[in-house]
Design a protein around this ligand. Structure first.
Ligand code: NDP
Length: 246
């Protein structure tokens, strides 16, 4: 079933990790997909080539989520190339683990600029090109609701902000049948949080399932939220964390 047939999707931070899995999964449902990336143009090109092989259109735009002009330009380029934006996935995000007392202003600013301001700027720009019935889906984190890991205090604060942004915006755009939802992953095996990393064991212990999640498991949930079947879900925080916050 191609539940997103001919829809246009923009995934920020879509060249690797969770974002790449989302981009490919939504394309497999029939969508044309644009992604943004910063450093790894080769990885971004690999994702767009894979999507094009399935017969869908794909576009990769270099745009640092910390740079509002670059974000706005990526949105404009997507709308121009693919016609509009039906689904925005705010996935670009970063964590700089450090004890809060030692965290530098640069580290804190970086997380706020990418995880919060980047989400707000991309969403505001995308709404201009979003028809009624569109979808705003942000990738927050289970730590945005309940954090068990020391060193993620500033990061958790940014993801908590994504949660409140979601709930508030849902009420502003509901009259256009646009839904706004926050997907809150727990530990997912990516370059940012490798299952083989030093921080992994303490995160696995906190899950009920005693394992890391897979990028495809998050992508499956995003595909559902983007689909017509999820039309009555909005303002929601959908946690996919192996039971971490349970
Ligand atoms: P990765 O670091 O593995 O991948 C990040 C992706 O985003 C890459 O495609 C990267 O491209 C791109 N990217 C990085 N910085 C920027 C930026 N400033 N602007 C635009 N794109 C950027 O991260 P994950 O896949 O693990 O994380 C994705 C999202 O999921 C983040 O919001 C993260 O906070 C959230 N999350 C992750 C969890 C996990 O355990 N992995 C748990 C909970 C939430 P490039 O290489 O070109 O820079």
């Amino acid at each position: 079933m191609s539940v997103l047939k001919d829809k246009v999707v923009l995934v920020t931070g879509g060249s690797r990790g969770i974002g790449a899995a989302i981009a490919k999964r939504l394309a497999s449902e029939g969508a044309d997909v644009a992604i943004t990336y910063v450093k790894d143009a080769e990885a971004a090109a690999k994702v767009t080539k894979e999507i094009e092989k399935t017969g869908r259109k794909a576009l990769a735009v270099q745009a640092d989520a910390a740079n509002p002009e670059a974000v706005r330009s990526a949105v404009e380029q997507t709308a121009k190339a693919l016609g509009r934006i039906d689904v925005l996935v705010n996935n670009a995000g970063t964590a700089v683990p450090n004890s809060f007392e030692n965290a530098t202003l640069n580290e804190i600013d970086r997380m706020i600029d990418i995880n919060v301001r980047g989400v707000l700027v991309a969403t505001q720009a995308a709404l201009k090109h979003m028809p009624d019935g569109g979808r705003i889906i942000s990738i927050g984190s289970c730590v945005g609701e309940r954090n068990l890991t020391p060193g993620l205090t500033a990061y958790a604060a940014t993801k908590g902000a994504v949660k409140m942004f979601t709930q508030s915006l849902a009420r502003e755009v509901g009259s256009r049948d646009i839904t706004v939802n926050n997907i809150q992953p727990g530990p997912i095996d990516t370059d940012l949080n490798p299952a083989s990393g030093d921080w992994a064991p303490s995160q696995v212990v906190n899950t009920a399932l005693k394992r890391y999640g897979k990028v495809d498991e998050v992508a499956d949930l995003v595909a559902f939220v983007a689909s017509p079947a999820a039309a009555y879900i909005t303002g929601a925080n959908l946690t996919i964390d192996g039971g971490t916050n349970g």
